[in-house]
Design a protein around this ligand. Structure first.
Ligand SMILES: Cc1ncc(COP(=O)(O)O)c(C=O)c1O
Length: 502
């Protein structure tokens, strides 16, 4: 089929009278056409904007269909190029059974399910987790391990059996109390200890919330761009992430008017304190709009407050959860940035009515433990070490941010800009749209510099801004300048003609 006829082909097959959502119909028609080879492998599809305009439909309708096909492996996006029919057809493979896979296909897919293939082919995790400029990683070498080891020895000496057995749900009570106290004071979160569920981090908190509150086939609004982990977990549970653009005030709620009111999402995932990855702070009016929407449509807001402890200028706005009067917000935090990521301890604060089901659900799903570690962390917090470590790191990371900003300005002043929100552990360096940020990032990695391409955080290739995420917290001061010099050399090769930003 020639691409010019695709809108006609779809229009002949879409029947609004059936009552089936149009995005679902587009998805099914395209899927069947791919499986029957009416649409050949490698064919480029029109952008969602073009197709929506040809079909006289909202762009979100087309985007949802494309996203589902991408998620299932029928379509693939190539950064800067567009959307294409993928050269693997998942259902044909699974329907025919693993025996019919060619040796090459078996090597590539290794018997993975459609979900498994999707997860690994779109994986967001970086191959290296330490060094300049690894985003999102604190300086673990600064962690006060002598204090930790003293607290740990104290618990070993006592060696109580209840610290060494399984968790019976929710986590170690003194830690839940210490976290509730900290969140009330530092983040204006309304909570008691019983509402705090200890998890192995934000990934597990999202997984737990999505499993206990979501159904297969639900939709979740996610920020565009958004944290890759949120998308991966949603996809893995059959929950469709729907990208909603962000601007300087956060998630653009007016965009959601384009989404049929009949289908409000089950979840709305947001990073209001420090948008991930762009660094903006959600304005008060957007926060109110979001809370009103969630209350009116019975949607769950999942607030990811992953790094708000680190602000170098203004004080952080209080949490979104603290403004909520309808019990629609689940608040997530982590010790990955404030202590060390390998600790794998985070927390989920749920409305009171959900606290018991969530602690039972947590045990059923993950058979929790690590009570011993939780006991050490509880002491670390209640004896004041946590607060003083954060204070010390805030000064250190603030200085490292300043050094990185200076290095960027030294090389690219008024040519390339960056956003950081004056907070967190990373900044986003913006590149002109003609730049292939994936290629730059790969080249940098080969030269020993870790970066993440900004375009990788977008679900819609045509909207993706180009840039690099640069973490500075784990880079010693004396390495920041030389490492950026090396990176700047690589960036320059991709920018033959530098032009100042408008
Ligand atoms: C926005 C965001 N959420 C969650 C996480 C992961 O948190 P955790 O280590 O608790 O799973 C990260 C890690 O970088 C992040 O950037």
């Amino acid at each position: 089929m020639r691409i010019a006829s695709l809108p006609d082909f779809l229009l002949q097959r879409i029947d609004r009278a059936t009552g089936q959502p149009v995005n679902r119909q587009i998805y099914q028609v395209l899927r069947e056409a791919i499986l029957s080879h009416q649409l050949p492998v490698g064919l480029q599809l029109p952008s969602s904007r073009e197709l929506a305009s040809e079909l006289a439909m909202s762009r979100n309708t087309v985007t949802h269909a494309y996203e589902q096909l991408i998620a299932e492996g029928y379509l693939e996006t190539r950064t800067g190029a567009g959307t294409f029919i993928a050269d693997t057809v998942p259902d044909q493979i699974t329907e025919a059974g693993p025996d019919s896979l060619s040796a090459g296909e078996q090597d590539i897919h290794g018997g993975l399910s459609t979900r498994g293939r999707q997860l690994v082919t779109r994986a967001g995790v970086s191959p290296v987790q330490w060094g300049a400029f690894m985003p999102g990683v604190p300086d673990v070498t600064q962690f006060p391990n002598k204090v930790w080891s003293r607290l740990q020895n104290k618990h070993w000496r006592r060696s109580r059996a209840e610290l060494l057995t399984y968790d019976n749900g929710g986590g170690y009570l003194p830690l839940r109390e210490a976290i509730a106290e900290y969140l009330r004071v530092a983040r204006s979160v309304n909570c008691s200890a019983s509402q705090v569920i200890i998890t192995t981090g934000i990934h597990q908190s999202i997984d737990l919330a999505a499993k206990l509150l979501g159904e297969h086939g639900d939709q979740a609004w996610v920020e565009e761009p958004c944290y890759w982990g949120t998308r991966s977990i949603c996809h893995s549970l059959g929950i469709e992430p729907v990208p909603i653009a962000v601007d300087a005030e956060g998630m653009q709620m007016q965009q959601t008017d384009l989404i049929p009111a009949a289908a409000p999402p089950r979840f709305i995932f947001v990073t209001p304190s420090h948008q991930y990855p762009l660094g903006t702070i959600m304005s008060l009016s957007r926060r109110r709009q979001l809370l009103e929407y969630a209350a009116a449509h019975k949607a769950w807001i999942v607030e990811d407050d992953y790094d708000s402890e680190f602000r170098y200028g203004s004080r952080p706005l209080p949490s979104l959860q603290g403004l909520d009067t309808h019990e629609r917000v689940l608040y997530m935090g982590t010790f990955s940035k404030t202590t060390f990521p390998g600790l794998r301890i985070g927390y989920l604060v749920v409305p009171q009515a959900l606290s018991q089901p969530f602690s039972t659900g947590h045990s059923e799903l993950y058979r929790g433990g690590q009570i011993f570690l939780q006991a050490i962390l509880a002491d670390f917090m209640s004896e004041g070490y946590f607060a003083s470590h954060i204070r010390r790191m805030r000064l250190l990371y603030g200085e490292r941010l300043r050094l990185l900003q200076q290095a960027i300005e030294r090389h690219f002043d008024k040519v390339i800009d960056f956003s950081d929100g004056d907070a967190g552990l990373h900044l986003a360096l913006h590149l002109p749209s003609c730049c292939d940020d994936v290629a730059i990032s790969n080249e940098a990695l080969a030269a020993g510099i870790i970066t993440r391409p900004l375009s990788g955080y977008y679900m819609q290739a045509e909207n993706a801004r180009r840039g690099l995420m640069l973490g500075y917290a784990c880079v010693p001061e004396e390495h920041i300048g030389p490492a950026f010099d090396k990176l700047a050399g690589i960036i320059r090769k991709h920018l033959p003609q530098l032009t100042p930003p408008a």
